[in-house]
Design a binder for this molecule. Structure first.
Ligand code: GLA
Length: 390
């Protein structure tokens, strides 16, 4: 087990003992993700290209004799609890909605029954567009599955767990998300990106050839934080559904009639143009990485950011400033990543250029009156895993 996972395991056991005065039965870790290409394509049947990162959520679980789910979160510094028969998707449970929803999804599938105590901690910044909610859902589900011999034997697929996590988010957090984040958290393999077809759920584990091309992935968190359940995300999704209906296609990502697209009323024409072009950019990005065509990579990242900002209108001032400043200071490419309305920019960089890029980004943000960003180097990490089981 890698050192970081060992530390997570020891920390999770310690916390669980302190909070519940019992030993943890199962401990699970599930990562957040950074999407490299293909945003707002996953609920349109399109391709996405996320990597899991080595930041995420650790959940420890132990069985209870009563009929309750009791949850402690270090981040919110609080413990909440609910009767298992009273779990209600319509109650506003704040952060606990993700946990209750994941528990309910596990129970509905017969993966777990009975009372449970859960303790939760993590190192993923919330609201940074790194999928902290999917990481929480997946960590809860894998911790519960730690008690299930079908999971341990490999008889329950990671794809099914990702779908259960998505169901939790739809029903309990009321975010009509796609399947990218939960898939990245569950299905990623270390050292590779996950090229996922969100319609078929078929996935390829893609080597980005970062080392051969002398590249690194720099994440620039604008610290302008976003909430996906405040309406903008849901409204984009329903505009896409509307566009697909008007075009008479099941999958907006594969609408191919340019004339029909252009004749949609504004803003549906721009929403559709983003989805179709972004879907095509995913394969092109995979080949640009594979062939080391850095010029093409830069153009794809720039086109993606422009499309998300102008056609899909999910960017914001901070993201636009960073996506423009980083390439000017030497980044190979930079684009916003994830749902948008705040969050992070992902930049492909040569390590020697990082200081210059950071200085330029900081200068531009500060002179526009924005907060200082946080810079992190990230690597394609492994998907969710059990760190211990009963
Ligand atoms: C959020 C959603 C994902 C996806 C992205 C945008 O992260 O959870 O399903 O739609 O936004 O690509």
């Amino acid at each position: 087990m890698p050192d970081l996972d060992r530390e997570r395991l020891l920390g999770a056991r310690r916390l669980h003992r302190e909070v519940f005065s019992v030993e943890a039965g199962a401990v699970a870790f599930a990562p957040g993700r950074v999407n490299l290409m293909g945003d707002h394509t996953d609920y349109n049947g399109g391709l996405v290209l996320p990597i899991a990162i080595d930041l995420g959520t650790t959940v420890a679980a132990s069985r209870r004799d009563d009929n309750r789910i009791v949850v402690h979160s270090v981040h919110s510094n609080s413990t909440v609890s609910e009767d298992l028969n009273a779990l209600d998707p319509l109650t506003d449970n704040g952060w606990a909605a993700y946990v209750y929803g994941s528990y309910a999804a596990a129970v509905r599938r017969g993966w777990f029954t009975g009372g449970v105590s859960l303790s939760i901690q993590g190192d993923l910044p919330l609201g940074a567009g790194l999928s902290s909610s999917a990481s929480l859902e997946c960590a809860v589900l894998v911790a519960l599955l730690g008690f299930n011999h079908y999971w341990v034997a490999g008889d329950i697929s990671k794809e099914d767990v990702a779908l259960a996590a998505q169901e939790a988010e739809h029903l309990f957090a009321h975010v009509p998300c796609g399947i990218m984040d939960q898939s990245a958290s569950m299905r990623s393999l270390e050292g590779t990106a996950l090229m996922l077809d969100s319609r078929t759920l078929c996935a390829d584990h893609v080597d980005l050839c970062l080392e051969q091309n002398g590249l690194a992935i720099l994440l620039i968190d604008t610290n302008a934080h976003h909430e996906l359940n405040d309406g903008g995300y849901a409204s984009r999704r329903s505009q896409c559904d509307d566009a697909a209906n008007r075009l008479g296609v099941d999958v907006l990502a594969e609408a191919s009639d340019d004339g029909a697209l252009a004749s949609l009323p504004d803003p549906l024409n721009r929403r559709a143009r983003h989805v179709v072009s972004e879907h095509a950019r995913v394969r092109a990005t995979v080949s640009a990485f594979a062939t080391g065509d850095l010029g093409a990579l830069g153009e794809l990242f720039a086109a993606s950011h422009a499309s998300l900002s102008q056609d899909f209108e999910v960017s914001c001032l901070e993201l636009d400033i960073v996506a423009a400043a980083a390439p000017r200071a030497g980044a190979v490419g930079a684009r916003m990543t994830g749902g948008g309305f705040g969050g992070s920019v992902v930049a492909i960089v040569r390590p020697a250029d990082i200081d210059a890029i950071a200085a330029e980004v900081l200068r531009d943000l500060v002179s526009a009156g924005c907060a200082a960003p946080t810079f992190r180097l990230v690597q394609p990490g492994a998907g969710a895993r059990l760190l211990s089981r009963p």
